[in-house]
Structure formats: C-alpha cells, structure tokens
Design a protein around this ligand. Structure first.
Ligand SMILES: [Zn+2]
Length: 409
C-alpha cells in the first residue's frame, strides 16, 4: 500500500524512480518451513529429525504500471456500453467499493473477501490531537517490531482515476451508508479547493498496490490508518491485503508508549529537498520530523546515504546475488541502515536473511538468532506473516544452512 495516488501529481521535476514492492515467493504462502520435515521412515525405533528450511530470499519485481490513463477508461466505455463504474456495499454496510467491471469476477468472487475481520481485543493506540499536526495516532503501550497495530476494512475504495475524472460522481455519492459517511467526513482535507468528498479522498487515500485491475489502480481511505501522520523516519508501515480486502499497519521498529505512530508518504530513499517538494505539492505541509530537523551538515550527510541506498544499493540488492558479496559490504550496509537512513523491510529483509544464512553456516547461534529475528520482523511488516522465520529464531541449528557454507543459498 503506497500513500498518495493523484493521477495528475507533480510533473517534470525529476525522472520518476522505479516503484518497488515486495512480492512474496510462492513457497512462502505454503506451509511454514517448520512443517517441512525431512522425510524419515516412521519407525518407533528411529529418532525423527526435523529440518527447518531457511526461508527463501524475498523476490522483488516491478509492479504493473500506474494506470491513471483516462484514455484507456474512456475507450473502454465507448466500446462497451456496460462498462460503467459499479458500486458494491457488503451486507453489513461497512464500506463502499467502487470498481470497474474488469475486476469483478476476480476480486468479488473471493469467498473470504468480505467476511468479518478478526481484530485484537485491545487496540494498542489512540487517535488524538498531536501538537502542530491536527489529529494523529499515538501508542498507548509499547509495540514490538513486526507487531500488528491495526487491521481494518476501508471506508471507501475507488479507482485511482475517479477523483480526477468523476468528481461529480464522487460528490453525489449517495451509496455511502450514513455512519460510514459521518466517519469519512471527519477526516482531514488539505485540498479545500476540491469538494469535501474529493478533498478527503485525495488527502487520505492510499494506493492499494495489488488490486487485480487491468485498466486502473485503486485507492482506499481507512478509518484509523488515515489518521497516521507522516515522518521521514517512520516507525510503522501500511500494507494492503487483497485477500482479506483490508489494510493493516505494523510497527517496523520498536515503538514506545506515548510515541506518535507514523509512516512515510514518500519514498524513504529520496533526499530531504525532494521529500519536502512532494509533501508540499501533494499534501500542503512542511515536514518537521526528527530527520528534517537535523542541523544542515547532518541532514546533508543523511541525504547522501539515502540517495546512495536508493540509487545504488537498492537495484544491486534487488537484482544481484547476495551470497557473492563480501562480509564487509554487509556490515557497511548495516551501519548505514542503523544510522537512520532506512527502517523499512525493503533493504533490511534481504540483508537480514543473508546474514542469518552466513552466521548459520559459521555455527554462530547468537548472531544467527539475532538476524533471524530481524528477518522475521521485517517479513511480518512486508507480508503479514512470519514466512517461516519463527522456526529459525527458535532453532537455527536445525536449518539446512547450519554449519553448511553452501546451505540455504
Ligand atoms: Zn521529514
């Protein structure tokens, strides 16, 4: 899930960077590796040996192009009179889903898409006023890295082109159930020149980046996630779960009780001037977060590291075999990440996986556990499941990489 979706956003400032998402490998959606047991004859006289398979490295791929192409929608509508925006409200009237007919058979047919969500007995946050920022989300208790903060259905899901093309449709949205509408209308609107409905959508909408649409991207507005303010060094990260038709927010580093919960509305690999430019153009505020408040020399150093990570390290980690890198390269990367350049799973996840493999190969249990825990936390943030890492944290010595230099690659 990516914040921001305006189809006619900032133009001509700089060549667009590749938008990257983590994509789970098919193996990770199967049974956890702890359940994968090396086949041994089932004999009461023979001990059974469990072998934990080190979870595979994350696979990165470029997502489909951002649609925002009104021509494609118009051409489809001209060619097919039945191709019109449709609206769906589930039986419990909990949200409105506006969609193009091209996704109905693939999405609405999912049996679990609209069944009730399980929610934690006690929410670890409160929504309250935050000085200088309006409303925000604040932790009521300490939240561990990887932990679920909230999982919720959207109030509204719309094709991303709708706010631009169908302002009138949006204004007259009689489809919205009354209590959903009253919650929706309390959300922030930083674009008062648009209608209230459209301004709120453009201010709070997050891009739902794995909806199976052919012609358009989709955006959603969420009751609680919409209250989360921006930081350039965020402590949380949202993601969209298309199977559950829900957004979730997880801690990507430890959050203390009383700390504001934030996520980044921009790429965290951009230098500060570009981040401020995007925030000012799209959301009409100037960021004063812990990074943007650094003295100029420190901010310049942080910018340099972030740009290096985004422009050089990220493509190399995504497309190069990590196993061939020298250990010094990894430790340099760890130092750069820990100095505040990035807390997201994008780089930490492959780095932690490879370091776990190496420490397992050397038989260094404490270090293997440390990095397996980091890999587990980052996998939870990126995918919503531990991906089999809990079993590695528990018993790294049972992995196929243990004291095996070539294992787990
Ligand atoms: Zn900032």
């Amino acid at each position: 899930m990516q914040p921001g979706f305006l189809a006619n956003g900032r133009k001509g400032k700089r060549k667009p960077r590749t938008r990257i998402v983590d994509v789970q490998q098919p193996e990770e959606s199967g049974p956890p590796p702890s359940a994968i047991v090396a086949s041994t004859p089932s004999s009461s006289s023979m001990p059974t040996t469990s072998l934990v398979v080190l979870p595979a490295a994350p696979v990165f791929m470029r997502p489909p192009r951002l649609a925002g192409d009104h021509k494609g929608i118009f051409a489809k509508m001209a060619a097919d009179p039945n191709f019109r925006l449709r609206f769906f409200t589930p039986p419990d009237n909990s949200f409105v889903f506006a969609y193009w007919p091209d996704i109905k058979h693939r999405l609405l047919a999912r049996p679990d898409a609209f069944t009730p969500l399980s929610s934690p007995a006690r929410l670890p946050f409160e929504i309250r006023a935050v000085p200088g920022k309006g409303m925000g989300m604040v932790a009521k208790e300490a939240i561990a890295p990887g932990a679920l903060i909230v999982r919720e259905r959207p109030l509204l899901v719309m094709p991303a082109t709708v706010p631009v093309v169908y302002e009138a449709t949006l204004n007259g949205m009689s489809y919205m159930p009354e209590d959903v509408r009253s919650t929706y209308l309390t959300l922030a609107n930083c674009l008062p020149k648009l209608s209230q409905m459209s301004g709120i959508l453009n201010t709070n909408g997050t891009l739902l980046d794995d909806m199976p649409g052919q012609l358009d991207d989709y955006c959603g507005v969420f009751r609680n996630i919409a209250r989360v303010n921006h930081s350039c060094r965020p402590n949380a990260r949202p993601r969209w779960d298309a199977d559950l038709f829900a957004g979730e927010l997880r801690a990507q580093r430890a959050i203390a009780a009383g700390e504001e919960i934030t996520f980044s509305y921009t790429s965290t690999f951009l230098p500060s001037a570009e981040r401020q430019d995007i925030l000012s153009h799209k959301y009409h505020f100037t960021c004063k977060c812990i990074l943007c408040s650094l003295p100029p020399a420190l901010l310049a150093a942080n910018d340099q590291v972030r740009t290096y990570l985004g422009d050089t390290v990220l493509p190399s980690v995504m497309f190069g075999p990590l196993a061939q890198r020298g250990m010094k390269e990894f430790l340099d990367l760890e130092r750069m990440l820990e100095m505040g350049a990035d807390d997201s799973p994008t780089l930490w996840r492959p780095l932690a996986r490879e370091l776990t493999r190496r420490y397992c190969a050397e038989g260094k249990r404490a270090m293997a556990v440390k990095w397996a825990r980091k890999a587990m936390e980052m996998t939870l943030v990126a995918t919503g499941t531990d991906g089999g890492w809990a079993a590695v944290v528990e018993a790294p010595e049972k992995t196929d990489a243990w004291r095996s230099p070539g294992g787990g690659t």
